[in-house]
Design a protein. Structure first.
Length: 570
């Protein structure tokens, strides 16, 4: 198992192209697995999933839930020895893509159960807990929920107030969790609570627990939400609920690690769901532009409509490419894909939102009526931007995680300069890297020559990223943790670079398999996407030096002080 990360290397200006070339392909076994599940899902969908009814009644009917259980949907990730489907990261992402295209509420219900709770138990539970729970969870006999967030601690796990105090052989949990999907009917919960002393400080040590419903806690009413209304989302209140020590997941005090590893993997299924929904919406757009007429012609003939379709297609191609590149890394045993996973979630959710908005625009008045699915799908598209970490938090995470290694290197170099004899080797290595950077950029040698223009753009902006990171770390030092405008720019550059690397790797594989003409669609989509990304990258890189950050901060501060918009025309 490799602990090297493509994106973490990229922040230092190194293109670890062996991690993305060749673009991953599923094995024959995985392909057969996926096709069998997809066939079953399509038959399930053909029998009729009434999404409008699910949305209106804000519930998934018992017959639909039973059908999902019969499909094996609750156990796709569970190993076969525990009665599940045993799907790996890429096959699981592909079936979640299909399920989300069918209905977002169904997909979120399964994701909360499998991508979050089952994954936590599978990776961190004792053998005894696995043997007890996994067979039940695989069949859907028992349903699981993931209780991490609180009203005052959404993306900030350090602000969690729920406590678990050791009393004898049991932990006693007290507190309240919010927005727990499957909360009202789940049989077992993965719960995160503070286990460090109250006076230890602002960053508590968290511990994850498996808590069966029979332990005596209560759940609140179902939240009425903007979208994915069929999901059941409640608060969960713990009032001195006893949990045996044996129900700890992982190690006591290491619950943050449990949460982060689970969320890293779950974000890939969320991204694949965004692929599924985006593809469905794009198909609806194509159907609509072929039937809708204006000025005596189908609107598909108009340039502005074609531009929308081209941009949507290229963005979905990039999203699909980066999602399955990352699941391929996970399948291959790559141990560190935290930044890549976060990038997929951010890019995926924002791509879906743009596609849903454009689809409603193309639909015209039909996109604003409840008689058609556009407005429901637009509402459903809102949740991925806040689910499993808001996109703002994840941009900070992408930037700060990526800058850790260059930051440590600068600290080590600074220390070595104070002790030049001891640090001679480090200083020599640093000097060699800097000299290499000055003489020329890193190369991506494995990309196909047909993609030379796109490859040069990737190489150039990889160099810009490394130089910009070095510059801002020298400028801000440890204060970089507070420089969120800068973090956003760093993250946006990293996101586009990973997308470019993904489409180049995928299209290279397509050319090698089918030749230049056979891969013409991939080549064209890569060209369009990279050209658009280049414009964004140039703007972001320039803004490291020329920006109006301080003015924006001042405007925001004054508007907050005024309690709202401060001006009036009359």
């Amino acid at each position: 198992m490799s602990d090297e990360s493509f994106m973490k290397s990229l922040f230092g200006g190194v293109i670890a192209e062996s991690l993305v070339f060749p673009y991953p392909e599923q094995s024959r076994f995985e392909t057969d697995q996926v096709h069998a599940v997809l066939d079953a899902l399509r038959k399930f969908s053909a029998k009729g999933v009434d999404s409008a009814r699910i949305d209106k009644e804000e519930a998934i009917g018992p017959e639909t839930m039973s059908a999902l259980k019969e499909l094996g949907a609750f156990g796709w990730l569970v190993p076969k020895e525990h009665g599940g489907g045993g799907l790996g990261p890429s096959p699981y992402a592909r079936v979640m893509q299909e399920l989300t295209a069918i209905d977002g509420s169904l997909a979120l219900t399964i994701a909360a159960h499998e991508s979050l709770a089952v994954t936590a138990i599978l990776q961190f539970a004792s053998d005894e807990l696995k043997a007890h729970w996994l067979p039940r969870l695989a069949t859907g006999e028992s349903v699981a929920a993931f209780a991490l967030a609180e009203v005052g601690a959404g993306s900030d796990a350090g602000a969690i107030q729920t406590r678990a105090d050791l009393e004898g052989d049991d932990y006693v949990i007290t507190g309240e969790k919010a927005w727990v999907t499957n909360g009202a009917f789940a049989d077992v919960f993965v719960v995160f609570a503070r286990t460090s002393p109250k006076d230890e400080g602002a960053k508590p040590r968290l511990t994850a627990f498996v808590v069966p419903r029979g332990q005596g806690f209560s759940t609140g009413p179902n939240e009425s939400t903007m979208g994915v209304r069929g999901t059941n989302t409640t608060s969960v209140t713990f009032d001195r609920v006893k949990v045996p020590r044996s129900h700890v997941l992982g190690e006591v005090g290491r619950g943050f690690k449990v949460a982060m590893e689970v969320l890293t993997q779950a974000r890939l299924s969320l991204a694949s769901g965004c692929v599924g929904s985006s593809k469905r919406l794009l198909k609806m757009c194509i159907d609509r532009v072929g039937e809708r007429k204006a000025f005596g012609r189908c609107i598909a003939e108009f340039g502005l409509v074609r531009d929308k379709i081209a941009r949507m297609t290229a963005s979905v191609f990039a999203l699909e490419s980066m999602t399955y590149l990352t699941t391929g890394l996970a399948t291959a045993g790559q141990s560190d894909f935290t930044i890549e996973s976060a990038i997929c979630k951010v890019f995926g959710s924002e791509t879906l939102w743009k596609v849903a908005n454009e689809a409603a625009q193309i639909a015209g008045s039909l996109g604003y009526t409840r008689s058609y699915p556009y407005e429901r799908l637009l509402r459903d598209a809102r949740v991925p931007m806040v689910f499993e970490g808001t996109n703002e938090i994840l941009r900070c995470f992408i930037a700060l995680s990526g800058m850790q290694s260059p930051g440590r290197e600068l600290e080590e170099v600074s220390r070595a300069m104070r002790e030049p004899i001891k640090g001679f080797g480090l200083l020599s290595d640093f000097a060699i890297r800097k000299a290499r950077s000055a003489l020329g950029r890193e190369r991506m040698s494995k990309a196909h020559q047909v993609l030379s223009r796109e490859t040069v753009i990737f190489e150039e902006y990889t160099s810009h990223l490394a130089k910009s990171v070095d510059k801002v770390l020298r400028r801000h030092g440890k204060n970089i943790a507070e420089m969120q405008y800068t973090q956003k720019r760093v993250a946006n550059v990293a996101i586009d670079l990973y997308a470019i690397a993904s489409v180049i790797a995928r299209t290279t594989r397509a050319i090698e398999r089918r030749g230049e003409e056979g891969a013409r669609r991939e080549i064209d989509l890569t060209s369009v996407f990279v050209a658009a990304a280049k414009k964004r990258l140039a703007e972001e890189i320039a803004a490291f030096d020329e920006n109006d950050d301080e003015l924006r901060k001042a405007i925001a501060q004054k508007t907050c002080a005024d309690g709202g918009y401060p001006l009036d025309v009359l």
